[in-house]
Ligand binder design. Structure first.
Ligand code: ZN
Length: 361
């Protein structure tokens, strides 16, 4: 309990004691009831201010996967509305603007679908980014596999305004002193997006050859349990990025900051299908669990969405995809950030989720 609450609790005990002492004097009784009411209002006022006023709010959307092509289905048969998804994004931007309190927006990747004809890729990416530009504040992007099917990293990162050194797409930012946001690059080690002879592509191709015996490396056929994540449309966080993450979390701990991790690929098997996980989610979580500053990991990629709390009390929330919204429906939201919880307010297909920080860490 906070010191102020202890103090107010003591004041209340004192007043309650007074109530009992002066109970038989009617004038004192009225006065004491009045004082008691004032004390209760005062406590409620303080609790209200602490509990209801977010430190910060930001908008979220994931997997817009726009393309100017007819509706289709995923490999699991789930309908996909490629042309409609940009309308979902337009409504999202309007909704975020209407809130009038959002400091920024985080887009969790896959803005354009892999089926977009390649001669239209650049136009489609720019069209989606123009919609994001209608938001009156910064938009933090991350790359997804579908972005990389359309454009190589060196073209994509400047368009998405991702700060980059030698093609890497991981970065962090601190919108308020109490919080740090870490954006991971889940396709750091990947067979897509890099030139074929780039060391990170060569490493990924070798990894897939070892882990996935299928000729189609996007097929999980024959792969068992968690090994079903070893698919070409996923990727890994490389050694350099893991070391960087460790440094950031060490610094956040020193600075008393709470951390939110954002990654296109999910990091917890409890939230996501096995086929959608980051290849080395376990290594990333081992680094995260060294510290108690990380409270929430947010992701996209697994379109159905999900929420779990891992063994260290860290929340994992995978966001529902804008692409799979039937015409007229939505999937976006915003997050209210408090010192003890994150509260996701979703629309339609994006479920609202309370993420209270636990004391397990
Ligand atoms: Zn994806």
């Amino acid at each position: 309990m906070h010191a102020w609450a202890m103090a107010m609790g003591n004041r209340l005990d004192f007043i309650l004691a007074g109530y009992v002492l002066f109970f038989d004097c009617s004038l004192c009784r009225i006065l004491t009831i009045h004082l008691l009411q004032l004390a209760m209002n005062s406590i409620n006022g303080i609790v209200g201010a602490q509990g209801n006023q977010p430190l910060l709010s930001f908008g979220v959307i994931s997997d817009v996967q726009y393309a100017d092509i007819s509706d289709g289905r995923s490999f699991l048969g789930v309908p996909r509305y490629y042309r409609h998804s940009i309308f979902v994004l337009q409504r999202a931007v309007q909704y975020w603007q209407n809130q009038q309190k959002l400091k920024f927006v985080v887009n969790f990747g896959d803005i354009v679908d892999g089926f977009c004809p390649k001669d239209q890729s650049l136009t489609a990416v720019k069209k989606v980014l123009n919609e994001f530009d209608n938001f009156n504040g910064p938009v933090y992007h991350m790359i997804g596999n579908h972005c990389l099917y359309n454009l190589p990293r060196n073209e994509l990162l400047p368009l998405l305004n991702i700060p980059s050194i030698s093609g890497h797409a991981y970065y962090d930012f601190s919108p308020i002193p109490e919080y740090r946001f870490v954006v991971l690059d889940g396709y750091d080690i990947s067979a897509i997006g890099w030139p074929q002879d780039h060391p990170h592509s060569v490493k990924a191709q070798k990894f897939l050859l070892e882990k996935n015996p299928n000729s189609d490396k996007n097929s999980p056929s024959g792969l068992v349990d968690l090994a079903r994540r070893f698919l070409m449309f996923n990727g890994a966080v490389g050694k350099e990025q893991l070391d960087w993450l460790d440094c950031i979390l060490k610094d956040a701990t020193r600075s008393n900051q709470l951390v939110v991790i954002c990654c296109h690929l999910p990091l917890d098997p409890g939230t996501s299908s096995k086929e959608s996980l980051l290849w080395n989610y376990d290594e990333v979580m081992e680094v995260i669990h060294r510290y108690s500053c990380v409270k929430v990991c947010l992701a996209g990629h697994d379109h159905k969405g999900g929420h779990s709390i891992d063994s260290h009390g860290v929340h994992h929330r995978v966001l529902e995809a804008a692409l799979e919204c039937p015409p007229g429906t939505n999937a976006f939201g915003y997050v209210d950030v408090f010192d003890n919880r994150l509260s996701l307010i979703g629309t339609d297909r994006m479920e609202s989720t309370e993420m209270a920080f636990t004391s397990l860490q």
